[in-house]
Design a protein around this ligand. Structure first.
Ligand code: LMR
Length: 393
């Protein structure tokens, strides 16, 4: 049977982990996969997660199955984190999911059951796994313009124009904040204009929120989600706790769905839980219980907010550091988009040949598109990195 298969290329992002690990050079720099790193280049377990895990070890008395929807305490806390306190509970469903990717996968199956003919419109560019993941599940995807690669700005007029021609009933995939890969998000006024087109065209927002708290604040980063939630009859939101809780490998996330009314909520709830049962039966529990402990305990929650703010501040600092180092070495080149972007990523703005040279000649790893993970920069490697970039310009 397996003789029918052909090998596939390693994943464009995850493949870099192995390549970087196997590189024997001391001065190598990993700007590939999106994981947070400290000033020492580590991705440690957050202190608040350690504290919650200790509490869990001391108190958890069963590892029996949880239901398809996961832990109700976790779901309620995540729903509030996502939508704020103005939740229309009669129309909103939140279920636990195995990370943001698992949540996207469940959403894909639900969309296919509800409206198989729908197209999902995604930004050009978007997260490298959106098309494989959602398309692999059977959805049809197309792109709307978003990033102007020449000027390193987002082109909201072109985006609005494209969305104003999308057929009613289609879905628009949006990044709630920290757009991956560009790091550039619409302003609040631009979000309002995007929301107006979505309402006018009767489109369904499908919002991927993988970096809440990494751009400006937990509330500010949820602006698009909360604004749209107050305007549209139906909407889908996928959340990830990989980055803001550092729980990458524990696979923690939620899928939230807003339905037109309470009656359809009951139907959609039964359908989405049935989707879960037919894919992975029940979600993993450990990381979600840890998040529930943190979000439902004022002291732990305050400690988490501080750790999150420190991660956000470090990303900002590294953006400034690299921009300054590049300005000193290549004054004719404009890298100011590095500091205009937020969150973990942005494009460096070099071509694929230059990306390849950075890897082979200097051991600097990034995605072929020149997307860099800002968290890979440290005060210790920034000069080496800037020298390397200047050398290939
Ligand atoms: C990334 O974009 O690097 C992260 O979201 C990790 C991943 O799974 O691709």
């Amino acid at each position: 049977m397996f003789e029918t298969l052909q090998p596939v290329q390693p994943d464009a992002i995850l493949g870099l982990i192995t390549e970087h690990r196997n590189d024997p050079r001391d001065q190598k720099v990993d700007l590939g996969v999106g994981v947070f790193r400290t000033a020492e280049g580590e991705t440690p377990v957050l202190d608040v997660v350690k504290a919650a895990e200790q509490r869990l070890v001391d108190t958890q008395d069963s590892k029996a199955y949880i239901g398809t929807a996961g832990d109700p305490d976790f779901n309620a806390a995540m729903q509030e984190l996502t939508f704020g306190s103005a939740i229309d509970a009669d129309r909103t469903i939140t279920i636990q999911a195995p990370g943001g990717s698992g949540s996207l996968r469940v959403a894909a199956s639900l969309i296919l059951r509800a409206r198989p003919e729908a197209t999902v419109w995604a930004s050009e560019p978007t997260w490298a796994n959106h098309f494989p993941l959602l398309g692999g599940a059977g959805l049809t995807l197309k792109s709307y313009p978003y990033y102007d690669t020449k000027n390193h700005v987002i082109n909201v007029d072109q985006m609005l124009d494209a969305l104003s021609r999308v057929p009613a009933g289609d879905l628009v995939l949006l990044h709630a904040c920290c757009h991956n890969p560009s790091g550039l998000d619409p302003t609040e006024d631009e979000w309002r204009a995007i929301a107006d087109v979505i309402v006018e065209r009767e489109l369904v927002p499908f919002i991927d929120m993988a970096y809440q708290g990494f751009a400006n604040s937990l509330a500010a980063d949820a602006f698009a989600v909360r604004h749209l939630a107050g305007l549209v009859p139906e909407m889908i939101v996928t959340n990830s706790c990989s980055k803001n809780f550092g729980l990458y490998r524990d696979r923690v996330g939620t899928l939230s769905i807003i339905t037109a009314d309470a009656e359809s909520r009951a139907t959609v709830n039964s359908q989405v839980n049935n989707v879960v049962r037919t894919i992975y039966s029940v979600p993993p529990d450990h990381g979600a219980v840890v998040v529930a402990l943190i979000l439902n305990d004022p002291e732990l929650k305050a400690a988490w907010r501080l750790e999150l703010a420190a991660m956000r501040a470090r990303l900002r600092e590294m953006r400034v550091l690299l921009n300054d180092a590049l300005r000193a070495r290549a004054p004719d080149h404009d890298f100011s988009h590095l500091v205009r972007a937020t969150g973990m990523f942005c494009f460096l703005g070099v071509n694929p040949e230059q990306v390849a040279r950075l890897k082979t000649e200097f051991g600097v790893y990034m995605v072929d598109s020149s997307r860099i993970n800002i968290a890979g920069i440290t005060a210790g490697n920034v000069n080496y990195l800037a020298d390397a970039i200047a050398a290939v310009l």
